[in-house]
Design a protein around this ligand. Structure first.
Ligand SMILES: [Zn+2]
Length: 752
């Protein structure tokens, strides 16, 4: 089945892509009409078999929207757990009411046991403490206690890596429900699930991936039972939660959902401050320093308190448990959630131990982030609170959960980094917590989108700063230049090289959203982006839904873009091959060195000071050629030409995007690219005390292959340029680093 858009692309692209040899061409009598292409050309996107089947069954569409028969599973969890803060043990019971909304009969159920990542006998690609994982004292289905089996034939259960496989007494019919009951316990790792949960300093616990949770059975993959290996993250269905945590008095519990028994666990003065904070635009210290001494929970006869939370329409539930943390709360405007034209508010919160000074601003950062993301995504934050929790000693960066985040101390970082990680983790409330993607296979779908969202939030909070685009480009092109990249559509746990995951999950897909915005223009981009997010809110989009939604919303066949950037590792490297004057004007030859086709946007500066904008459309490259010429009519003297002067596309070699007549005045022994770079950066060089380019005496290329150059800018003074900055606009004036990444280590590109 093909949509009008898709059949058109098939017609155009198959003709172009035919690699017919000369003999075949002669044999077919088409000699002279078929030419050999100079480059690979993108094919139409091919849907996965599971996705095609979903379209045939009416659960998905080629428009990128759910089909009329879309379904997804759901569950109601009733969990009660007892925390032993001394022994670091958790003991619990979980009752799962699982509803089968699929048209399939399910003879087997799959439950995720992330804690069993800490067994000694499971495969993993990240190291882990061995704490033993789950011990079950009871597993029951439909009221019947099941026996553990090595080979599951009849009713019973078996563990397989980080999954629990359950054969209930009978299959769960379409439309039916089943109750599972699990009694379990385990030793809590200090740094659990790859730094995503655990405990620290005997005063703090963070419970996440902490209970047996249904794996997802969806319309495309069916049981998504890929094990947790420590890297690629999570996929779960939306569910209701009823959670009771039994902890010693004097420990504050906050987590996913609403606290149902506030007056049983919190004293009146703390509750009063919470109410005050819910109406306050400035931060209220709900638990302040003095309360850490005086106490901030109620007392009970047995010295323990049962904190009761409920949550609805969340895909997970996580809890912080602390006896040493401050609790800052402020309200945040999430926009019009219910359509009455009035804004709604949620609580933005920070829970942190007082030694972590930088956290005193975090509630304010959370307040801004939640309000910004609500506007930027077009999806008002739907939950009652968004809480950033300091978990120093468990995690260095940050980790996201519905309504909750776990973030490191950030003591050695900057305030900007603190803002950035807060905005990032809270942005995950939208993707994957509301737009529920499969992180285990497609990390790029949530991390790339979240990088894009936090970068834009950053630029809003710090006006005048970069919106994250150049950071993302620098991160992605750094790996792309090495040629060791793997395609985005590869499963996220199966990448070639160490460090690759950061590019695969974050900077490349993040780069591509900025690239799409620059390609389509803000209006068309945001119509598609926000439409995709709201269409798939509280559902499970797959990559093809994302591609199809953009194709439909923009009315463009963007398959060349998806194929190029998501299925292939082709890079963008447009260059100015030559600029020559003649009787007919100035001919600017653009050579597309990389295989990634993109429009080439030229900014041409004339001697008069005027500039001309010219674009070589992407269809030129899709035609199979590598060179195109732009002619400026005679009488207009061209003094400078730049491709993509706004740095809007992730070109891996920006030095060859530039040509200037002034560069010809520099010593001829410098290669043109270096001369161009010096001219382009003339202003910055002068600011830093270098002489003007006319005084530059000599220069040489030390090692072109590694991009290391040594250049004498004036007699007697040697300056090394280690990799000329690809994005000079973000070069840090103090550190001379090309990229001052806000929450990732800087790339190695350095200008000294
Ligand atoms: Zn993230």
């Amino acid at each position: 089945m093909t949509s009008p858009i898709r059949s058109m692309s098939v017609a155009i692209l198959t003709v172009l892509f035919l690699p017919i040899s000369a003999t075949q061409a002669t044999a077919q009598g088409t000699a002279g009409t078929v030419r050999k292409l100079e480059r690979p050309v993108a094919n139409p996107v091919v849907l996965s078999p599971g996705f095609r089947r979903a379209i045939m069954r009416g659960t998905r569409t080629e428009r990128g929207e759910p089909g009329p028969d879309y379904w997804q599973q759901s569950a109601h969890y009733t969990i009660s757990a007892r925390l032993d803060v001394v022994e670091k043990r958790l003991e619990g019971t979980t009752r799962i009411l699982y509803r089968n909304a699929s048209p399939d009969s399910l003879p087997r159920l799959v439950v995720q046991l992330i804690q069993s990542f800490h067994r000694d006998d499971v495969p993993r690609i990240r190291s882990a403490e061995i704490t033993g994982g789950y011990t079950f004292t009871r597993v029951a289905a439909a009221g019947q206690t099941l026996e553990e089996a090595r080979m599951l034939r009849g009713p019973g259960y078996a563990t397989s890596q980080t999954n629990l496989l359950i054969n209930p007494p009978g299959p769960v019919a379409p439309g039916d429900s089943i109750v599972l009951e699990l009694d379990w316990s385990y030793q809590i790792p200090q740094v659990g699930a790859g730094g995503r949960m655990g405990w620290n300093s005997d005063d703090f616990f963070f419970l996440a991936y902490w209970y047996p949770q249904m794996a997802v059975y969806d319309d495309v993959v069916r049981w998504q039972a890929d094990p947790f290996l420590g890297q690629a993250e999570f996929y779960s269905d939306f569910a209701q939660y009823d959670v009771t945590l039994d902890v010693p008095q004097g420990w504050l519990v906050q987590g996913t959902g609403e606290l149902m028994n506030e007056s049983e666990v919190l004293p009146d003065h703390i509750i009063q401050r919470l109410r005050q904070a819910e109406a306050s635009d400035t931060v209220v210290h709900v638990v302040a320093e003095a309360d850490l001494e005086a106490g901030f929970t109620r007392a009970s006869a047995d010295g323990r308190l049962r904190w009761h939370f409920t949550a609805d329409s969340v895909r997970d539930a996580a809890y912080s448990i602390t006896r040493a943390s401050l609790w800052d709360v402020v309200r945040t405007n999430v926009g019009d959630r219910d359509g009455d034209t009035q804004p709604e508010y949620s609580r933005a919160e920070a829970i942190f131990r007082p030694a972590h000074e930088r956290w005193r601003q975090t509630a304010r950062y959370a307040q801004h982030s939640i309000a910004f993301h609500s506007r930027h995504t077009g999806v008002p934050y739907p939950y009652s609170h968004a809480t950033a929790v300091e978990g120093d000693g468990i995690i260095g960066g940050g980790m996201e959960y519905p309504m909750m985040t776990l973030i490191g101390g950030y003591d050695q970082a900057s305030d900007r980094a603190m803002y950035s990680v807060t905005a990032h983790e809270l942005a995950h409330n939208w993707v994957p917590m509301i737009v529920s993607t499969d992180e285990r296979r497609r990390a790029w779908m949530d991390e790339g989108t979240t990088d894009f969202n936090d970068g834009n939030a950053f630029a809003d909070f710090y006006p005048g700063s970069d919106d994250g685009m150049q950071d993302e480009f620098a991160g992605y092109t750094g790996l792309a230049r090495t040629g060791h990249e793997g395609a985005l559509m590869r499963y996220s746990d199966f990448l070639d090289t160490p460090g690759h995951y950061g590019v695969h999950a974050y900077t490349k897909p993040g780069s591509l959203l900025y690239t799409l915005r620059n390609l389509l223009g803000e209006e068309a981009f945001y119509r598609a982006y926000r439409g995709y997010l709201s269409t798939w809110a509280f559902k499970h989009p797959k990559p093809w839904d994302f591609f199809n939604y953009f194709n439909t919303s923009t009315g463009q066949d963007l398959d060349w873009f998806w194929q190029t950037w998501y299925y292939e590792t082709w890079v963008l490297d447009q260059s100015i091959a030559s600029v020559t004057g003649g009787p007919n004007g100035t001919e600017i030859v653009v050579r597309d060195i990389g295989d990634a086709p993109m429009p080439a946007r030229l900014t041409i500066t004339l001697a008069s000071g005027d500039t001309l904008d010219r674009e070589i459309p992407v269809t030129t490259w899709l035609g199979g050629t590598r060179e195109a010429t732009v002619t400026v009519p005679a009488g207009q003297e061209v003094v400078q030409v730049e491709i993509d002067a706004r740095n809007g596309f992730p070109d891996v070699m920006r030095k060859n995007n530039f040509w200037a007549v002034a560069a010809n005045a520099l010593p001829a022994e410098l290669p043109l690219a270096v001369r161009n770079e010096l001219v382009r950066n003339r202003g910055a060089l002068l600011e830093e005390g270098y002489r003007a380019e006319g005084e530059l005496l000599s220069g040489e290329v030390a090692d072109d292959a590694t991009d290391q150059r040594t250049i004498s800018l004036e007699a007697g003074a040697q300056y090394a340029i280690l990799a000329v900055c690809d994005q000079p606009r973000i070069r840090d004036r103090t550190t001379h680093q090309c990229s001052s990444s806000r929450h990732r280590p800087p790339v190695s590109t350095i200008w000294t």
